[in-house]
Design a protein around this ligand. Structure first.
Ligand SMILES: *Cc1c(COP(=O)(O)O)cnc(C)c1O
Length: 369
């Protein structure tokens, strides 16, 4: 059988599925870049420039239980997360990154053709998982400053709507949705997912509301603030009924033992980690001011660990490539609502300085022409 005939067995709706344009891993970078990896400034995936807690590294080096499956019920982990979030353990479910919870939620709610409201531009994994789970994405666009339009969300609701997805702070725009807007969305009565991947940076959360509503789900992750992106650990806070269903349909061992160790140690070291979060927030404001001074770049205010910028002159793709040649990685977008844009994750102060230096040089180069 040749390659083409096998395709008739594959889901028709996936034949033109675009996948997700993921950031480049260090292994891939190594093969594509001339110099050493040491000098690379990685500002393309909102990772933590300071790494994880040193307690995590130490505990993992000593850990003896890798040959044993983790607890599928996540008993200890959910207790720890209860302590951290203030939300009772029965409401909490953890997963291999919060990405996996987005998938599980869609699997739980979506029948083929059901509609999911998505406030674009936003995190690309939302539409990825909606499509993968036979859902139909209904896009409601944000305004020019990337704030959500509550009236438009309500107007988009039909009898097929099963979920409303909302990231706050939003990725890649950095926009916060204020509490009163979140409440209005929850009060539609539809299942609502609030993705708070950047909560520790913004300090704003809907978590305390979880106990009060039967339709509110709040997602969090250790990937960004705690520097555990590579270990894949996220969690959500749900109405108890939904948490029970999610635990039933999730792969039993999706949270690996290394991630369990890492969370335990991370939660012993929150003072250090939150100091770093504060440093990143301070750096974000400093970088924002410096970007504002560059005439051909328009940075948008952000409450997360990155800044979205419109590239007003020339093309964002070109800029991204020029930065890459100089060893600085950023994320570029060219799609509806995000024409010629780059997203810059906040690095260490010295890394942000190098970025700004290069941008200024590029400006001079183009003035010379
Ligand atoms: C990074 C990110 C996530 C995914 O985090 P993981 O826990 O690493 O899967 C989820 N939502 C948003 C908006 C993000 O930016």
């Amino acid at each position: 059988m040749d390659d083409e005939s096998i395709e008739k067995f594959i889901r028709q709706d996936l034949l033109d599925f675009g996948g997700y344009a993921a950031s480049k891993s260090p292994e891939i970078l190594k093969s594509g870049i001339k110099g050493s990896l040491e000098g690379i400034i990685k500002l393309d995936a909102n990772e933590n420039p300071y790494g994880c807690s040193v307690k995590v590294n130490r505990a993992l080096a000593d850990y003896q239980g890798i040959n044993i499956y983790p607890d599928s019920g996540q008993k200890e982990l959910r207790k720890q997360l209860q302590e951290y979030t203030g939300v009772a353990a029965e409401h909490i479910v953890a997963s291999a990154g919060s990405d996996q919870l987005i998938d599980l939620i869609l699997r739980l709610f979506i029948n083929p053709g059901d509609e999911v409201i998505n406030c674009v531009p936003t995190f690309a994994m939302f539409q990825f998982f909606v499509k993968l789970n036979w859902g139909t994405v209904v896009e409601v666009s944000r305004d020019e400053e990337f704030h959500v339009n509550i009236a438009a969300i309500k107007a988009a609701i039909t009898n097929k709507t099963k979920l409303i997805l909302l990231a706050t702070p939003n990725n890649p725009t950095g926009t916060i949705t204020p509490r009163e807007d979140v409440l209005e969305i929850i009060e539609t009565g539809l299942p609502v997912v609030i993705d708070e991947a950047y909560f520790e940076f913004s300090g704003e959360t809907a978590a305390p509301l979880v106990g009060n509503y039967k339709n509110l789900m709040v997602l969090r992750t250790f990937s960004k603030w705690a520097g555990l992106a590579g270990l894949r650990i996220g969690y959500g806070m749900f109405p108890q009924k939904i948490a029970e269903y999610l635990l039933r349909i999730k792969e039993p061992y999706s949270v690996n033992v290394a991630a369990l160790v890492a969370v335990t140690e991370t939660l012993k070291d929150t003072n250090v980690l939150m100091d770093r979060v504060k440093t990143v927030n301070d750096e974000r404001e400093r970088l924002y001011c410096m970007l504002k001074e560059i005439k051909w770049i328009k940075p948008y205010p952000s409450k997360a660990n990155f800044i979205l910028c419109s590239v007003l002159k020339g093309r964002a793709k070109e800029l991204q490539q020029k930065l890459e040649e100089r060893g600085v990685l950023v994320r570029f977008f060219d799609q509806p609502f995000l024409r010629d844009s780059i997203r810059i994750s906040i690095g260490k102060p010295e890394e942000n300085d190098i970025l700004i230096e290069i941008l200024k040089e590029l400006e001079e180069d183009s003035n010379d022409q």
